[in-house]
Design a protein around this ligand. Structure first.
Ligand code: NAI
Length: 331
């Protein structure tokens, strides 16, 4: 199949080219994001391959269909950026990569938590400047602390294992579908309010849906333990960022570690280091010493990229044979 691949970086090209080497697909790699302005570039392709910050709303999908596209192969797990109802109406199948390396994302969430708690980002800068003073670097033992895991799917479950069995934390969990494996590892499922009230650390691993958008808002902040640490490696819009900034200003929130940001499409995956940041909310976040931000790199391990590429090619192969991708997203 002819496939137009949007939002590609050198690492995407490398892993996708390797995975597709044996197959009969012609991959056309493009750097631009998929949007209403770029959708026409896919004309003549049967499939497009898209990533987290590509736009797949009704207008884009219609343009893609007019150009002959019948498959959207997402090279990510989340599909909140796709208008599935419109895709179904237009007869465009949507496939995704449901699992690649839950370890990659859970380990990144852990990295954010450990770095924030022990102030590694500040300590690194101090030592480089010959400042070996410890004042301001005080952390706490994670061992024995209560940590709340919101969403215990593939990534959340790995996080439960790391927290309970690796660090010796008391784990509270919240998920509409409790997982017996997590219970066996020591997690206790509780309502989300109880989780927020009792946890010294809260880590978010649920998808972005209308029900979870801004689940951490001003009201949720007030219900959280004073000085708690919040980690979000899922989707930026789970958090109402201005409300979180207010909580950071008062000290209600002790620290924030994020790999995702609600308006990240304007910023992430590009080198903007020679420009001013136009997003004042994001710029305010950068001013806090107790905020650690990474640019959506939770998935970015060699194992995960290889798995993403292989599953994406499997979706293309299956669609070419049967008319449906191997891992279809239901409309
Ligand atoms: P998953 O689908 O395996 O698990 C999600 C879990 O959240 C499910 O158990 C579901 O029942 C639960 N859930 C749904 N609504 C909930 C609610 N209101 N409260 C609590 N739990 C709820 O997904 P997976 O693979 O674990 O990924 C989780 C999220 O991580 C993805 O949706 C995606 O947004 C994000 N992600 C981020 C990456 C990164 O690079 N930072 C990479 C991959 C995924």
């Amino acid at each position: 199949m002819q496939v137009t691949v949007f939002s590609t970086e050198p690492y995407d090209r490398r892993f996708l080219t390797e995975a597709a080497a044996a197959g009969g697909h012609a991959l056309r790699f493009l750097e631009p994001r998929l949007s209403a302005e770029t959708a026409a570039l896919a004309a003549g392709s049967e499939a497009v391959c898209a990533f987290v910050n590509d736009t797949l709303d009704a207008a884009v999908l219609e343009q893609l269909r007019e150009g002959g596209v019948r498959l959207v192969a997402l090279r990510c797990a989340g599909f909140n950026n796709v208008d599935l109802v419109e895709a179904a109406r237009l007869g465009i199948a949507v496939g995704r990569v449901p699992a690649y390396s839950p370890h990659a994302v859970a380990e990144h969430a852990l990295a954010l938590l450990l770095a924030l708690n022990r102030r590694i980002h500040r300590a690194h800068n101090r030592v480089r400047e010959g400042n070996f003073a410890l004042e301001g670097l005080l952390g706490f033992d994670l061992h024995g602390k209560t940590v709340g895991v919101v969403g215990t799917g593939q990534i959340g479950k790995v996080m439960v294992r790391i927290l309970a069995q690796g660090l010796g934390c008391e784990v509270l969990a919240h998920d509409p579908f409790p997982d017996p494996d997590c219970v066996a590892m020591g997690a206790r499922y509780v309502p989300v309010d109880e989780l927020l009230a009792a946890s010294s650390v809260v880590t978010l691993h649920c998808p972005l849906t209308p029900a979870t958008r801004h689940m951490i808002d001003a009201a949720a902040m007030v219900g959280m333990r004073w000085g708690a640490v919040l980690i979000n490696t899922s989707r930026g819009a789970l958090i109402d960022t201005p409300a979180v900034i207010e909580a950071l200003k008062t000290g209600q929130l002790g620290a924030l570690g994020i790999d995702v940001y609600e308006e990240e499409a304007q910023l992430f995956f590009r080198d903007l280091s020679d420009r001013a940041i136009a997003d004042d909310v994001f710029a305010r976040l950068l001013t806090f010493p107790n905020v650690l931000i990474t640019g959506h790199q939770g998935f970015f391990t060699a194992e995960a990229l290889r798995a993403i590429a292989e599953t994406t090619v499997a979706n293309l192969d299956h669609f070419a044979r049967t008319g449906v991708p191997l891992h279809a997203v239901a409309g």
